[in-house]
Design a protein around this ligand. Sequence first.
Ligand code: URA
Length: 235
Amino acid sequence: MMELERLLRSQGFGSRAETRALIWAARVSVAGEICEDPVARFDPQGLRFAVDGVEWTYRKFAYLALNKPDGYECSQRPLQHPSVYSLLPAAVLGRGVQAVGRLDLDTTGLLLLTDDGAFIHKCTSPRKRVPKVYQVETRHAINAEQVAALLGGVVLHDDPQPIAATACVQLDERRLRLTVTQGRYHLVKRMIAASGNRVEALHRLSIGALELPDSLAVGQWMWLDSPEQALQAEG
Ligand code: URA
């Protein structure tokens, strides 16, 4: 059982004083009934509540997928461009969600966010080898040597150890579907450059077994009920 005020704090609705103020102002209802008692106790498991008429379900941790638009930074304090965090509601931000790895300003597609630090660690750990699939548009026509180089391993300037894509499928003259299991800075762009081509557009399709749903419009986010799909390493 959890006191309403603590429950709201855990869900990102602010400090103790702020959540108390919300409750006293009759802005919070639980299972359809307004509750004005900050210390009323509820079983949080699956609890449905509303703040200012907006419905929420209690979640121990928040896991979400965002369809990242072009031109958004994966930074909490962006310098020149809007932040992906500006696409999320205040209560989600209030929980302290963070992106699970970053996408470049001009990369689009699947971005995971969570307030579960252990999950971020697992998903980004190089040892876990979680596959990430990108659709890559290239400047120049792709040739068989480039595909072979990406699959065989290319050497980047900061590491003598070659890095190989675990899959590379040419979709048409200037488009590839590339799978990588690392998460280094500009990794795909640098691999494509090292293969003798250049990235014009980059879109992430999946992380582990989790695919960007077609129904998720650009700039929209959704809760993930089975986030462990994103940890599924290659078989
Ligand atoms: N590789 C890149 O080069 N950029 C990204 O945003 C993600 C992977």
